[in-house]
Each structure stands twice: as C-alpha cells, then as structure tokens.
Design a protein around this ligand. Structure first.
Ligand SMILES: [Zn+2]
Length: 1017
C-alpha cells in the first residue's frame, strides 16, 4: 500500500486536501509539491488505443528490430482456426507470446513473429453449407463452395486480428500467413512432394462414414442421429476350429461342439468378418445350451417371444456349447429362453489366437484382444469384427493384421466379392439375405428389432454405413526412429511435454492425410481411368505446385486434367482423371514451417501453444519436418493449460461462466459488474497465473488483478510526480549517495536480476510476484514512504532531495522497462510522461520505452558490503516492530501521526559492538544525512537508551532474526514543538526570531531561499 494514498503524514497532502478551505501556511511556497499529468486512473478504454496508434505510427516492432544488433529471435505462431470469436484461451496464448517477443526485443534481438491463421477445413465448410438451404447445398459446385469458404475465413481473420491487436500483441499483422495463400499452399505441396519422394506416402484403405444416398464420405459433423431408428439385431454363432496354447486344456474336449456367440446390429457386415474380439480383462464361460423342458415355444416350430425370433442355431443346433461373457450368462438364458450350464471358464486373454470358421465363407477367422470398448453392457462380450466396417474394428484389425474386407460399393450394394449377395443393397435386401443365409446353416441364434441411435446423412436424411475406402497415408512408422530422436533434441517446457508427445508419436503407425472434402489443398494425384492406378511423381507434383503458386489451389478444380498435367503427360491426359481428395488440415498447419520460416528462420526458437497440441500442431509440425528434413522445426516448445472459471470449472455458454476477453478489456453490458479493465489488466492476469497448468479467471480474480495494476500505476505516478524538476544533469555520483539510497539501488539491482531471470526462463508467475512484492509493496511501504520528507520539505535544490530524486529516476527508468513486456501500455504511458528526455547511446531520444531497451544494472549497485546488507535488513525488521508499537500508541490516542512520537530503543543480548555503535550514531538528530533512525521510523526523534525507559506508555519487544539480539521499543510524545513547515517536533522550534514556528532544519532551508518563495503573512 502506498502511504501516499492512505492517511496524511505530510504537509503536502494536507495542503492538497485543505486547498481552498484553510488559510495557506506562509511556507507553502517553499514546499515541493509532486506534479505530473500521468493520472492515477488508467482510462484504458481511450488511452490504450492511443498508445497502440503511437506504436503503429512509429512502426516500433519493425524499426527497433532493424536497429537491434542481436541474434534474430523467431517465435513461430500456431495458427488459430479462422472460425468464430476469440475466447480466453486465445488471449492467454497470444499474450504469453507477446511477453516473450517484447522481452527479446528489449534484449536487442531481431524479432520475427508472423501471426497466422488456419483457413481450410470442415468447420468452415460446414458453416458455409449450413448458411444455405438443402437444395442449394446439393447444387453447390466445389468452386462455389470454396469461394464462399474463403470469404468467410478472410472475414474472420480480420475480426480476430483486430482483437489480438487490441490485446497489445505485436507482430507482422499486415502480412500474416494464411493457409489459403497460394505461396503457402505451394510450400505445403512441396513438403508433400518430398515425403512422396522419401517413400513415406502410400495408399491404403480405412473405414469412413459413407452415405450411399449421396455417394460421398461424411464427417462426424455431417451426421444426424434421429430418434427411433430400428435395426435388425441378431445373435449368431461361429463354430470353433482351433484352440490356441492358452485355451484351458480341461475344456479342449468340447472343441468339436463349441462355438463363439456374437451379437451385431448390422448383419450385412458379416461377409466382412475376419475376427472376433474379446476383452482380455473379462471372464468368459463355456456353457452347454439346454432347452427348457417346460417351454413349448422351442423344439420344432420357429416361434417368437417378446418380438424375438429364434433361429436354427437354437432350434437345429450344429454346436451344443457356446462361449459367452460370464457376466452375461443369466441374461442370455433369459433372452434365448434356454438354460446355459457352465462347464468352465477362462479370461479373455486365454481365447486369443483361437480360430473359428466363417459362417458364410470358406475361410477362418481369429479371436483377438480388442480394447475397453468391449463390455458386458449388451451383446455377448465377444465382438464380431469387420475391420472394413468400423473404426474400432479397424484399429483392432491393424493391430493383428486382420484382412480388411469391404465388399460394398459407392451405392451401398454388395460387390462381387460378396458372392451370392452381389448387387443387393446392404441396408435392405442384402441385410435380409445375410440373416437368411446364417439361419439356413444354423448360425443364427436369435433375431430381434433393436431401437438405437444410428447415423444418418444430414443432407439426404437417409442412413449411412461404415465402409473402407481408399485413402492416402503418411507412414509415421517409416521415420519413427528419426522422430523420436528429434523429440529428444527439443527443450520441452514444462518437461512433461516430452513424455506426452513421445508416447503419442510412438503409438502412431500412420497418419491418414486425405479427406473427401472440397475446402482444402488438393492431394495432387491423378488416377488412370481404367486401372485406377495413381499417378504421383516429382514431375507431376512439381507441375501442380507451380500452378498453385501462381493461381492458388482453386486451379485444381477450375483447370482441366490436361492443364494440370506436365507436358510429357498431356498427350495421354484423357487416360487420367484428377483426384478429388484434399489434405487433412493438420497437414496444412503442420507444414507452416515450410512457408513461414523458409530456410532463413528455420528451425524456430520457440513454439508455444496449448498442451492439447502435443496431439495436434506440435506433432503434425514435427512429423512433416522430420519426414523431409530429419529434425524438428523448433528448438523449444512451451505449453499452456486451459482457462477455467474461478471454481476451476470448464467454461461453457450453458453454465454462463464464460469470461470474454473483449468484455474484460472494454467492459460488459453492466459496467458496474463488468468494468472495462483494459488490456494491461488482462495481461497482468496472464502473468499472474501458472500457465503451465490449467488457469482460472473470473470477476473476483480480475478485481484483485486490477488492484495490483492500480497500485503499480500509483508507484509509477509517485516516481514521475516527484521528478518534475529533475534532469539527468542533476545526477549525483554514486559514491556520494547516502547509505539508504545505496541500499535501495542494491535492492533495485536484485529485483532487475530476478525479473530478467524470470523472463529468460518464461517464469511469468515469478515475474509477477517480484513486481508485486517490490514495486507494489516493499518500495511503497518503505523507501517511497520515508522519502516524502526529503522530497517535499528537504529544500528544492538540496543534496538530500536531489540524491533522492536520482534514486527515484533510476527506479522509474528501470521499473518502467522491467515491466514493459507484461504491461506495455502502462510502461509506455509512464514513459510518455517522463519529465526529462532519455537519451540513447547514439544521441537520439528514446521516445518509446521499447526503444530504450532492457536496462543494464550499474555494477556498483551490487557492491554494498555484507555488513551494510545486514544492517539494513535489521533496520527493516526493527521498523516493522516499531510500527506495531506506534500503532498501539495511535490507538491509545497518545499520538496521531508518527511524527508526534519519539521512539526509545534498547538493544539487549546484542554483543555486536559495531552494530550497537552504528545504531547509536544513527539515533542522533539532524546532521545533514538521511541515514537516521527517525527518518527510517518516520518519527520526530529516536534515542538509543541504556535500559528500558519507564516513561514510555507504549512498549514492545522482539527478537531480531537478523542479529540474534533482542530489542525493546518504547514510544512517548516527541519533545519540543511541532514545526509548521515539516510537522516534525523539535526543541528548537520557537528559538528563531524571524521564523518562530520552524525547526532548525527548516529554518536553514528557508533562510537560504530567496524571499519570493515566501508568502508574506
Ligand atoms: Zn521543520
């Protein structure tokens, strides 16, 4: 707390407070009042944009970067998605980056920071599609769609850019990188080409959501799940043919009459079955199927019960024993209306590698271990696995090398591969035919209607299927050792990041880079019309790359195949068609290093994004860079957490706990509840949190942060206002400074070291704490508090005032630059109000705080002796205790202000003679130096006494940690009369005839002044 703003202790405040109320003292003109136009109110809504315009007009980032002599510094921006409004996570991200860039700029580095945006991809494409009606949607050509998507993205970029700039973030905003720029796209194609040449790109199959009704692949966001979809679910049995080594020996005798029971809601996928997956942690039972004697529904006629239709698997069984999950035995007994007599049991892992005969085809399938997706919530605990028809099936199939069959065409009809079912629709007659065929050979146990959520095409409102299609992949396996080595060479902050990305990359076999979308960069491939063979080589890719560099990727859709093929292929153009796939947007943003950093700026010094990017951008950037250059595109990777509300709950519109960065800066609808805090308070909040984990923000936190900001501003204002008549020529030689001033500069040096260290290590939380402790608390509570006497009544040109001003000037010039990376508007505002010019070594004036650079600490400031360090820390400790006794004297109405008091000090148990004599000397009254106890305690007098003084009504004692001794403190009324000018008590008041109300110090000062300064009474 700044004393200046608490209660009046000085004549100046009294003068200010009483202005116009009471007759002025005749000595008013001899007092130095603080003066500055730097207001205590930030007024950030108008002031911050003014400051930003000043930066913009002076092109500071560019000009300082040009002038700086240090090494280039490249923080490579991760592109936010050009879709919608910014949230607090965006603000946290960009502000952290700005701390780093501004600090490096102050350090003399050349800053290269190009903000970017991710402009392609499904979410933008969907926004466009959603904005038009269903009919127009069907008619929309890819080129028309791309035009609308580009317009949308560019508009969003503009909006987001102005928000980022309002946060005070510096960067090349006039030339950002956008993933839709032709040069960017061309560089991306270049990376793809290199990966093709290195043999890392291949064609493979992968199941995708497919809409037979519109003949396209769909993204998750294009699916709807209408109520009331009914599937024909069925239980089926596959006859076992082989027991693996792990299968229980005591059950092997049952093998010839044993089957695995499965359940599915998509019988049409049975022709694609190549495995049955179990959960290795679940228990499974081998059961004998026994008919209920009392039940007439089974044993002869096919009957139904509760909508169930029993199949020949139960009615005319080929196998008498089944394997099912142990937990499901009783519910299956009920469902199938049979008794299941348990013959034995085993874990899922004991079933691995057993084999069964496919129920329709002349081949075998394998039992494999699936994942946690296999539960006993429904079905049998054994999952029919068709890797060509499901995502989990695909992953499990990959793990075991199961064949991926997908005998279904674009229209949703079985292909010839499905033999007897060829030509039938999988969603109608084909499904029916499969069930019939299974029943015919006694594989069907039971069938029933099943109501569940099933994905429909959002355009046609018809059901979709999962179907394996040809896709393009990057083989991560192919360069895995390089990728893992590259990760090790990067400095990950916090260090857990290394483990995260290592485990994510090492668990990845391939990266599917193709998408069946129109809004993206095309995969520059041609297919032979007859054979379907892809045409993809250096010549063809480079030709497309050159066209895209000129015309942008629209050319892929607007030009003919002949135009897109290089000369050597033009004559055969009619044999080829161009591909329609685009690249995964992670490939777009992942190759940003190629176009933005080029060769000059590569690799980047720092990448800084949210911790979810170990899975995203950090990884895609790493993979594309390693696959083409063998190393990572970054030296350091910093991550930050997510922004939560004050109760550490995720922000969501429905909970109403979203904190919008814009309303923090500009204020909300109700300015009482959501005041306009300005960008610097938001930035100060960013500095205050431990960004390496999740961070919290809310009204209370913002209020506290704003309070710190206000106090910091108050400190700067105090410094500025007391330097109104100071100029650098008045500088006092360091060696001549009083001890207290040297000690203050020593503290300043330590704080500057700490700030630098924190910024070097990206420890902004530590930076915030140092600033708060020193500039907001310690400095105001001590040095600035006791310096008022020197500044206001010490005499304008006196040594005591000038030496104090010299210290204040250092405090101001150093702190303003020290805090400028975090609160640049505040620092700049203070700099603009400097009452003197700050001249740079080259003779020019530093018009901006950022032109002044990071301040180097004068090495002499660090040279104070250990003895002095000990003395001053002891005095500060003593001061705390003295203030406690003074406070109780004030409560007891013995004194009002501290100046009404005399402090008696007795040091006991202290055998440090030198310290004793030093304090004794410092207890004396005025002799020109400020290194006095009464100055430090802000009282009129201090006396070091030999024993405890019984005259003191208020006393206290304490142990001094600094010396190991004890101190006794007594307080009584100060001796003498109160000086009219300085309010200090002195026996000398009344002894000067011309100035009978002044103390000896004030008398000397006033005597030395020319008479005009004195008001005539
Ligand atoms: Zn005085």
């Amino acid at each position: 707390m700044l004393g200046l703003h608490s209660f009046p202790r000085s004549p100046v405040l009294a003068a200010a407070k009483n202005a116009g109320k009471q007759p002025d003292s005749r000595y008013k003109g001899t007092i130095e009042l603080p003066q500055t136009k730097f207001s205590l109110k930030a007024n950030s809504v108008t002031r911050e944009p003014e400051i930003q315009r000043f930066w913009e007009q002076k092109q500071l980032l560019e000009t300082i970067t040009q002038k700086n002599q240090g090494e280039p510094f490249t923080l490579h921006d991760g592109p936010p998605y050009a879709n919608g409004d910014l949230h607090m996570g965006h603000a946290l991200n960009k502000i952290l980056k700005d701390f780093i860039n501004r600090y490096q700029l102050l350090q003399g580095r050349k800053i290269f920071y190009v903000p970017g945006w991710d402009c392609h991809g499904l979410p933008i494409e969907l926004k466009v599609l959603q904005s038009i009606d269903a009919e127009a949607r069907m008619k929309l050509s890819p080129i028309e769609l791309r035009k609308k998507a580009a317009e949308f993205a560019l508009k969003t970029v503009d909006q987001q850019r102005s928000s980022f700039q309002r946060y005070g973030v510096w960067g090349s905003w006039n030339s950002p990188y956008l993933t839709l720029q032709p040069a960017y796209e061309a560089a991306q194609i270049g990376v793809f080409c290199q990966m093709v040449l290195n043999g890392y790109i291949y064609r493979g199959r992968k199941p995708v959501h497919w809409s037979p009704s519109s003949g396209t692949a769909l993204a998750e966001a294009e699916l709807e799940y209408p109520e009331g979809h009914t599937s024909r679910s069925m239980y089926a049995v596959f006859k076992m043919t082989f027991a693996s080594d792990k299968f229980p020996k005591e059950l092997e005798y049952l093998l010839s009459s044993l089957g695995v029971a499965i359940w599915t809601t998509t019988p049409w996928t049975i022709p694609g079955n190549t495995g049955v997956a179990v959960n290795d942690k679940l228990m499974y039972s081998v059961v004998e199927v026994v008919f209920n004697n009392d039940d007439s529904s089974l044993g002869g006629k096919k009957s139904t019960k509760a909508g169930r239709k029993y199949g020949n698997g139960l009615l005319k069984p080929v196998v008498s024993h089944l394997i099912v999950a142990a937990d499901l035995v009783s519910s299956l007994e009920d469902k199938w209306n049979v008794q299941l007599v348990v013959k034995g049991s085993c874990t899922g892992s004991a079933l691995e590698f057993c084999r069964y005969k496919h129920p329709l085809e002349n081949r075998e399938g394998v039992i494999v271990i699936g994942g946690d997706y296999i539960t006993t919530d429904s079905g049998t605990g054994l999952v029919h696995t068709a890797p060509g028809h499901g995502q989990e099936d695909f992953v499990t199939g990959q793990k075991y090398g199961l064949p991926m069959l997908s005998p279904v065409d674009d229209n949703g009809n079985f292909t010839d591969e499905a033999n007897e079912f060829a030509g039938m629709s999988v969603l109608s007659d084909g499904n029916e035919a499969v069930i019939k065929a299974l029943d015919a050979n006694s594989s069907l146990l039971m069938e029933e209607a099943y109501v569940h959520k099933y994905p429909y095409d959002w355009r046609t409102k018809k059901p979709t299927i999962f179907r394996a299609t040809e896709q393009w992949f990057a083989s991560v396996e192919g360069f895995m050792p390089l990728a893992l080595a590259a990760i090790k060479n990067v400095d990950w902050i916090p260090s857990q990041g290394e483990n995260r990305i290592t485990s994510m990359v090492s668990g990845r076999k391939e990266w599917c880079i193709s998408r069946q979308r129109a809004w993206g960069v095309p995969i520059p491939v041609f297919y032979h019309v007859d054979t379907g063979e892809p045409l993809l080589n250096e010549q063809t890719i480079s030709h497309v790359q050159a066209i895209i560099a000129q015309q942008g990727s629209d050319a892929w859709w607007s030009l003919t195949t002949e135009d897109l093929l290089p000369d050597t292929y033009k004559a055969k153009a009619s044999n080829y068609r161009k591909g329609t796939d685009t690249m995964d947007v992670w490939f777009d943003s992942g190759t940003s290093w190629a176009s933005v950093l080029g060769t000059k700026r590569w690799p980047a010094d720092v990448y800084l994004e949210g911790s979810d990017q170990h899975r995203g951008w950090f990884q895609s950037s790493l993979l594309t860079s390693v696959a083409t250059k063998g190393v990572a595109p970054y030296r350091q990777v910093l991550t930050h957490g997510f922004v939560l509300d004050e109760k550490n709950v995720k922000m969501s519109k429905s909970l109403g706990n979203v904190v919008d960065p814009r309303s923090v800066i500009e204020g909300g609808k109700n300015q009482k509840e959501q005041p306009a805090y300005g960008a610097d308070v938001l930035r100060l909040w960013v500095a205050s949190v431990d960004y390496t984990g999740d961070v919290a923000i809310g009204p209370q936190i913002l209020k506290q942060t704003a309070d710190v900001y206000r106090k910091l501003r108050g400190t700067l204002r105090y410094l500025l206002s007391n330097l109104h008549d100071w100029k650098p020529e008045l500088e006092i030689e360091y060696d001549d400074l009083p001890g207290i001033d040297k000690y203050t500069l020593f503290q300043l040096a330590s704080v500057m070291d700490s700030l630098k260290d924190s910024l070097d290590k990206y420890q902004f939380g530590k930076f915030f704490q140092s600033v708060q402790r020193y500039a907001v608390l310690d400095l105001s509570n001590f040095y600035l508090d006791i310096s008022k006497d020197r500044l206001y009544v010490g005499g304008t040109d006196s040594f005591t005032r000038r030496s104090c001003q010299a210290v204040l000037a250092s405090l101001l010039l150093y702190l303003a630059r020290g805090i400028s990376p975090v609160v640049p508007h505040l620092a700049e505002d203070a700099w603009q109000h400097l009452p003197f010019s700050y001249i740079l070594p080259d003779g020019s004036k530093a018009e901006s705080v950022f032109e002044a650079g990071w301040p180097e600490v004068d090495p002499r400031w660090r040279t104070i002796s250990d003895r002095d360090k000990k003395l001053w820390s002891l005095l500060l400790e003593l001061r705390v205790e003295v203030n406690k006794v003074l406070e109780s004297a004030r409560m007891g109405k013995l004194i009002g202000a501290n100046l009404d008091a005399k402090v008696c000090l007795h040091l006991g148990g202290e055998d440090d003679a030198l310290l004793h004599s030093t304090l004794q000397a410092m207890a004396g009254s005025e002799d020109g130096t400020v290194d006095k106890l009464h100055v430090i305690f802000l009282t009129s007098q201090v006396e070091v006494v030999d024993c405890e003084d019984a005259d003191c009504a208020y006393t206290g004692s304490c142990k001094l940690e600094g010396s190991g001794g004890r101190a006794w403190i007594g307080v009584k009324r100060a001796e003498g009369q109160k000086c009219e000018r300085c309010w200090k008590y002195s026996p000398a008041v009344g002894s000067f005839t011309l100035h009978s109300t002044l103390c000896e110090r004030c008398y000397k000062i006033v005597e030395a002044l020319q008479s005009p300064a004195l008001a005539t009474s």
